[in-house]
Design a protein around this ligand. Structure first.
Ligand code: NAD
Length: 495
């Protein structure tokens, strides 16, 4: 077993980390910093620059110069080779990157490590895409020899803003398609979790990414983030975060009509039919909601169970939840790490109180987790509420904490209507052994992803994203690359 604690001390020593603008590692122009603290015990890991509009402006200028300059002459083969080199270096640094995320945002080390296949797969998938971009020759109906064709061009300078709940995958998901298509990037990580993103930027620089192609400006959302969203030098914003911030970003982008892709929040349903394989469904349904302490956009937080099996199934999910090992993410046995911050812990506490106040019953959990080594962190118990109705706050709003709202249902028509009765549409889960039910529900549920007899699957080649207020645009797959491209029509009169 690896001594993660020893590696941790060497990795983050409390010192200043610099941000990357135009190939230079720099402090904020204001000279101010933000503290990065370990949510498991409050220790100071590092400080990062508190970038603001002036730093964003410098980063956008650098990204524009790179886009108009040398980067525009880099060939698809070279961009592919660069992505493959980055993948190799990320692979070599994998343990340190995972440890950094675990320290900075609390995710259990076993979970960060388990993302390896997906993250390296993403880099290599986009490397493949880099050499497949092409337009079409399209017949037109003009008389004479007039030829029409299309070319695909990079959209330009991309402003990327990401949340704190998955910094490694989240940042690479934004940067890799930009490199593949020939765009340049100004990335603002979350003020809650910037450290690993800065490490990734350094790895990319060392792998040969030219100056200005990737700029990382750390800072607060209302300062650096807002400045990026409204900057006239940005051609496209790609955002992952809450629906409320997504709305603010869409509004800010209207000034210059920049293109926008939004990956937002959710309140995803998990439907357990009476013919489900219960032994298999219990752990998957539980972890659909509890993985990463519920701090996942696709968390399956509304658990609809067929009335005939409801009480037994929910009791088994509650028993499973009660056995989950809570602790600092750096312990290899930990299954439930801390919430990211005191603010997030207060938010979850507020929802737990609302659940009880509105008449739901706590079947397990219900509050802070106590125990050795937990006092200084933001640890919450995995919680299952029974007796929930659709109108309750805990059944309607995204909690972003380890909370399941369990409810019985009687018919498929009814559960589809109730599952879809939400402003969100990010994901849904179905458990059934009946093929017809699987097809019926997969087609009728309004969500960007539907998983049947599984949950959480995200693959580099398969599009991911939301409908309704869970956002628009897709990440993953060919559709993701399209988000970073414009189409130009070319007409030639050959007569
Ligand atoms: P958040 O919206 O508070 O912050 C996300 C990012 O936006 C951060 O970098 C923040 O600094 C920045 N930001 C905040 N205000 C801004 C503003 N006015 N202008 C520009 N940028 C601003 O979200 P969070 O709390 O960091 O993350 C949790 C949310 O993210 C949840 O709602 C979750 O569902 C969502 N999320 C969605 C996905 C997805 O793929 N759909 C994935 C992960 C998280």
């Amino acid at each position: 077993m690896k001594d993660w604690q020893a590696s941790a001390a060497a990795l983050h020593d409390g010192g200043l980390r610099r941000m990357l603008i135009d190939g230079q590692w720099c402090a904020a122009r204001s000279g101010e910093v933000i503290e990065a603290r370990n949510p498991a015990d409050g220790t100071l890991l590092a400080t990062v620059p508190r970038g603001d509009a002036r730093d964003i402006d410098a980063a956008v200028t650098a990204a524009r110069n790179a886009f108009d300059g040398p980067w525009s002459r880099v060939t698809p083969f070279e961009r592919q080779a660069l992505l493959l080199r980055i993948a190799d270096r990320i692979e070599a640094a994998w343990d340190d990157l995972c440890l950094s995320d675990t320290l900075d945002m609390g995710m259990p080390i076993q979970r960060t490590l388990a993302n390896r296949r997906r993250v390296l797969g993403m880099l290599r998938f986009y490397a493949g895409q880099a050499v497949t971009l092409h337009g079409e020759t399209i017949p037109n109906s003009f008389p004479g020899d007039i030829q029409s064709s299309t070319v695909r061009e990079p959209v330009g300078v991309v402003g990327a803003i990401i949340p704190w709940n998955a910094p490694i995958a989240g940042s690479i998901w934004k940067i890799a398609p930009a490199i593949a298509t020939g765009c340049t990037v100004v990335l603002k990580p979350s003020e809650e979790a910037s450290l690993t993103v800065l490490m990734i930027a350094r790895i990319m620089q060392e792998a040969g990414l030219p100056d200005g192609v990737l700029n990382v400006v750390t800072g607060h959302g209302a300062e650096a983030g807002a400045a990026l969203a409204e900057h006239p030098g940005i051609d496209k914003i790609v955002f992952t975060g809450s629906t409320a911030t997504g709305r603010a970003i869409a509004r800010a982008a209207t000034g210059t009509l920049k293109r926008v892709s939004l990956e937002l929040g959710g309140k995803s349903p998990v439907i357990v039919c009476r013919d489900a394989d219960i032994d298999k469904a219990v752990p998957v349904a539980a972890m659909a909601a509890f993985a990463n302490s519920g701090q996942i956009c696709i968390a399956g937080a509304r658990l609809f169970v067929a009335r005939e099996i409801h009480d037994d199934f929910v009791a088994r999910v509650a028993a499973y939840a009660a056995r989950l090992r809570i602790g600092p993410g750096i312990r290899e046995e930990t299954e439930i790490g801390p919430l990211i911050s005191a603010r997030q812990a207060d938010r979850v506490a507020g929802y737990l109180a609302a659940g009880t106040r509105e008449g739901a019953e706590v079947l397990t959990g219900g509050g802070r987790a106590e125990g050795p080594g937990l006092a200084a962190g933001h640890f919450y118990q995995p919680t299952v509420f029974g007796g929930v109705t659709d109108e309750m706050t805990i059944a309607r709003e995204e909690i972003f904490g380890p909370v399941i709202a369990a409810m019985p249902f009687d018919t498929l028509d009814e559960v589809v209507a109730r599952a879809n009765a939400t402003p969100y549409g990010l994901a849904a889960g179905v458990f059934t052994t009946h093929l017809g039910t699987a097809h019926k529900l997969a087609h009728r549920l309004k969500a960007g992803s539907v998983w049947v007899n599984m949950y959480h699957a995200i693959d580099p080649a398969v599009p991911f994203g939301g409908v309704k207020m869970s956002g628009y645009g897709r990440e993953g797959g060919r559709e993701h690359v399209e988000e970073y491209l414009d189409t130009k029509a070319i007409w030639i009169n050959a007569d």
